[in-house]
Ligand binder design. Sequence first.
Ligand code: ZN
Length: 411
Amino acid sequence: VGVGASRVRDMFDQGKKSAPCIIFIDEIDAVGRHRGAGLGGGNDEREQTLNQLLVEMDGFDAAEGVILIAATNRPDVLDPALLRPGRFDRQVVVPNPDIQGRQKILNVHIRRLPLSPDVDVKVIARGTPGFSGADLANLVNEAALLAARKNKRLVTMREFEDAKDKVLMGAERRSMVMTQKEKELTAYHEAGHALVGIFTPGNDPLHKVTIIPRGRALGVTMNLPERDRYSESKMEMKAKIAMIFGGRVAEEIIFGKDNITSGASNDILQATNKARAMVVEWGMSDRLGPLRYSENEEEVFLGRSVTQSKTMSDETAKLIDEEIRLLIDNAEKHARKVLKKNIKHLHSLANALLEFETLSGSEVNDLIKGKKIKINDDVDINSKKTSIPRSNQSKVKEKKIGLNPEPVIGS
Ligand code: ZN
């Protein structure tokens, strides 16, 4: 206790000595968290550090020539005292980069890579909406690793494409042994997601569907928006919930009510969360109107986090449940209607997945149009021959990637 505070004092002394200068504090929430918000004891150290920081900032004067900057991902948990005028009183929000930003960031990271002429940074930037700078750095790194594993001299567009899938959907887990029955179930499940997604207006275009286990999912169906988006309409949300139910409904139609699996648990969670938010947060229910309803609000009282029950009548709670239920039921009904109407496509897509394991959005669209899908195997530009068969790629140990951006629909 007291070490943090003396370091803060020391830091400001040094700053004043070497003025003009900038003091930058990263992850300010580590010390600047709302006082008294922690559970249990052991916060003395942090509080003293924060108090010292506040004292030092107050002792500052405009002529001192020291500029103080701090960064955080959690501005909401900061102690209000930190944000008062004269302290950190200006806030600059740095969002994820847009398409032009991504292009420039990618250009920085690929500077030292030997690139094949087919690599188009613009295309990569367009295909990575929602990626942060760190994600893009990771993407370039993964692409380089993939190329090295295949003994390629140059990094081609193919590696960037594979790296993107790895960053977006998690690393492939080809070593996982699945029975034929599980594979079939997964194939129909993912085909169900994909088809409901395609035949419901309001969903983003299908990017890829695969029955190779990735991350914690047995298979993944993924949509990717065509451009950066900053909001989502009610119709798009309903379309998304319908697509989420496509998986479970497909299982049910093909294998019967008694053979549905636990694989849809994450789908159900996602759909329920979305429907609840539509009703209680985004004012999208006609019966409840544009009000924010929240059952519990976390409050801090005498250093303890207390869950306070808001006064919500039983009737309101019941109404909320009914409205969520209605959204879910409609989505499920819609998914069932789409899949029954397109049962032929459901079978052909599931069979194609069992055969090829992974299909791109355009391949699925070809399949629906009745065209035969051609799988172009990876041709290595260095050895002229097909390098690694599609089914043995990336058996190498994979690094776990924590990122899981929004559009992923897990198994
Ligand atoms: Zn699913």
